[in-house]
Design a protein around this ligand. Structure first.
Ligand SMILES: Cc1cc2nc3c(=O)[nH]c(=O)nc-3n(C[C@H](O)[C@H](O)[C@H](O)COP(=O)(O)OP(=O)(O)OC[C@H]3O[C@@H](n4cnc5c(N)ncnc54)[C@H](O)[C@@H]3O)c2cc1C
Length: 318
């Protein structure tokens, strides 16, 4: 199956028009950068709808901005967040000053993504909606506690948005909790309110404040599908104790997963070699890898154990 079955190509500039097309009987196949869609269609792994909907010209789905929230106290309004439009490319994630300041983990993941040509085209929304457990932006966003914003058209023609924690968005390999009439509109990465004690992913990743690390396994620094990926975020106080520890693992389960047992071991503790080894052991035990063409389950577990230990040792020494 290729795109021969497609008899209508539409490239609207308004979000509302795109959502109306998605809501029509038979729906539409969404095209963003096409770097997953085109190879999948060529390989016969995708049965496209008769309408091909190119969302690339919709400015409302693009851009990076800081939403400072309506209140300093998140309980009284939306929490401050870095808002990334679905059409933001890997090149933009890599270079954007707001991303580099508030979510350097994500900029780092984009750095190791594919090649220059693919990074210029591949979008964040496409990476998430493709829902590969090896997708490079998934683990950083899970570690950063991000939310996805899904949009659809209501019966009265207004655009309705709903938010989901990113962990709830992925339901299996290649599957996501997106309705056929919905588009992924944006991703919200929490950032600390002014004056808050813990700052999320701000800083150099060393010393006190926020520490963050990203590891993408593979034999090459780029253009490789990761056999495993690990993203780590934590706050470290002046007393050296870790707090808000979040470790996300990619390509070792049907969906990206948090290594909760490893996180619990590290929470409130000062890192040393013994603790790093114990946490790495816990993460290796709790992941659920499979054997496939890229790596065996055994090798993936070994990678998780060794790479997480290396990352934690590095944090301990920083
Ligand atoms: C040579 C090569 C190297 C690659 N290397 C990497 C890599 O290193 N790391 C990695 O993670 N991936 C890699 N990929 C995969 C791919 O580039 C990424 O997953 C990319 O982010 C997909 O984005 P896209 O805009 O091209 O999505 P598309 O191909 O346009 O779409 C992907 C899927 O998402 C849907 N979709 C897209 N946007 C939306 C939206 N806003 N709302 C709802 N549905 C949507 C589409 O319908 C489709 O099902 C590589 C691909 C190639 C061809």
């Amino acid at each position: 199956m290729t795109f021969e079955a497609v008899d209508r190509y539409v490239a609207p500039t308004q979000l509302r028009q795109a959502l109306a097309l998605l809501a029509q009987p038979g729906g539409a196949t969404v095209l963003a950068g096409g770097t997953d869609l085109m190879p999948q269609a060529q390989a016969g792994r995708l049965k496209p709808a008769r309408t091909l909907l190119n969302i690339r010209r919709i400015a409302e789905l693009d851009g990076v901005r800081l939403d400072e929230g309506s209140e300093r106290n998140p309980a009284h309004g939306p929490a401050p967040a870095l808002v990334l439009g679905a059409l933001v490319t890997m090149t933009r994630l890599r270079r954007d000053p707001l991303v580099r300041a508030h979510a350097p983990l994500l900029a780092e993941a984009a750095e190791h993504f594919a090649s220059e040509q693919i990074r210029n085209t591949a979008t964040l929304g496409g990476n998430l909606c493709n829902a590969s457990p090896a997708g490079d932006t998934l683990t950083p966003l899970l570690a950063l506690d991000a939310e996805v914003e899904l949009v659809r058209l209501a019966d009265d023609g207004t655009v309705l948005a709903r938010r989901l924690p990113i962990g709830a968005f992925f339901t299996g390999p290649g599957r996501a909790a997106r309705g056929a009439d919905e588009l992924l509109g944006a991703v919200r990465v929490p950032v600390a309110a002014p004056g808050a004690v813990i700052r999320i992913a701000v800083g150099t990743g060393t010393g006190t404040g926020t520490v963050w690390r990203f590891h993408k396994g593979g034999t090459r620094p780029a253009l490789d599908i990761s056999p495993i990926a690990i993203a780590l975020v934590a706050a470290r106080g002046a007393d050296g104790l870790l707090g808000g520890v979040r470790i996300a693992l990619g390509a070792v389960a049907p969906t990206p997963m948090r290594a909760q047992r490893a996180e619990a071991l590290l929470e409130g503790r000062r890192l040393d070699a013994g603790l790093a080894a114990a946490a790495a052991e816990a993460a290796a035990a709790e992941c659920r890898p499979i054997d496939d063409v890229r790596a065996s389950a055994w090798y993936r577990r070994e990678l998780v154990r060794n790479m997480l230990q290396r990352m934690l040792d590095d944090v301990a020494q920083a």
